[in-house]
Design a protein around this ligand. Structure first.
Ligand code: NAD
Length: 270
């Protein structure tokens, strides 16, 4: 039996989305106390209903929270602490793909928006939660804390027609190594996960549809052909599953990776 998360308080952002929802189920099944955050109330409520149906005894609380609003993040973290006590683990996962358009046509407004959500927003959550962890560490020096930021292989390889997204995810990798150094003395490990082609799901479908209509010479004009072309380029010749992403996050959040910090775990089929 997997006891790595039993009784642990874990905060998950983007919990209304595909990855976050699967994470709530995975950690809920293993006895974690879950604080689920998302800006989309309908999606968040759906996650809560699904998790409660699958795991009737689960302890889960939700907060509608916009990661770009520091007051909203602070309110959620305070609420989480009141409900379940100090936060042990954070899956910092909310993200936005932005517009899909070649560099010469890319909107500056969209670029700023993607950076605001994916970079400043992710840092706002990281800092607010780390303060909660660091304050607890002072009174209990043996306590260990972990954070996983969701980046993307886009940060490493670049993605045509997605310059803002790729730039934001590269910033997340730099944020991960820098905060890992600052937070190690506080007993907090910080790592990143970089998934590649994961599906099925909203992001995979949206990306293929928009890549097909982007006018970029790297993509076919039919979304199915775009999808096939991408999978063909993966050595393992298939999409990764969301569960495969969550299992890798679980490794980094758990004590299994106890001597690893500032690391980026690539989940990309080769
Ligand atoms: P998703 O779109 O299903 O979920 C993302 C969630 O983030 C949504 O529920 C959305 O409401 C929430 N969100 C967006 N802006 C927010 C904000 N300002 N405040 C709070 N919440 C906000 O996407 P997903 O596939 O679950 O992706 C999760 C993470 O994984 C993202 O960071 C994404 O960039 C990354 N990622 C996904 C893939 C993939 O193939 N799906 C690959 C690599 C990286």
């Amino acid at each position: 039996q997997d006891t790595r998360f039993r009784g642990k308080h874990i905060v998950i952002t983007g919990a209304g989305g595909n990855f976050g929802r699967e994470g709530c189920i995975y950690f809920g099944k293993r006895g974690a106390k879950i604080t689920a955050l998302d800006v989309n109330k309908i999606a968040l409520d759906e996650t809560k209903a699904i998790v409660k149906k699958e795991i009737p005894a689960v302890q889960i609380i939700t907060f509608v929270c916009n990661v770009t609003d520091p007051d909203s993040v602070l309110a959620a973290v305070k609420g989480a602490d009141t409900e379940f006590g100090t936060i042990d683990m954070l899956w910092n996962n909310a993200g936005y793909q932005g517009q899909i358009a070649p560099t010469l046509e890319y909107s500056l407004t969209d670029f700023a928006n993607v950076m605001n959500i994916n970079v400043t927003g992710m840092f706002t959550v990281l800092q607010t939660v780390a303060k909660n962890m660091a304050a607890a560490k002072k009174s209990d020096d043996g306590h260990k804390f972990t954070i996983v930021n969701t980046a993307s292989v886009a940060a490493l390889r670049g993605t045509p027609a997605m310059v803002a997204y790729a730039s934001s995810k590269a910033a997340i990798l730099a944020m991960t190594v820098s905060t890992a150094k600052d937070l190690a003395p506080h007993g907090i490990r910080v790592n990143a996960i970089s998934p590649a082609l994961i599906g099925p799901g909203f992001m995979w479908d949206r990306q293929n549809q928009l890549h097909a209509s982007s006018g970029s010479p790297y993509f076919a004009t039919d979304p199915d052909a775009v999808a096939k072309g991408k999978i063909n380029g993966v050595p393992m010749k298939r999409l990764g599953s969301i569960e495969e992403v969550v299992k890798s996050v679980a490794y980094l959040l758990s004590d299994d990776s106890s001597y690893t910090t500032g690391f980026n775990l690539v989940v990309d089929g080769g």
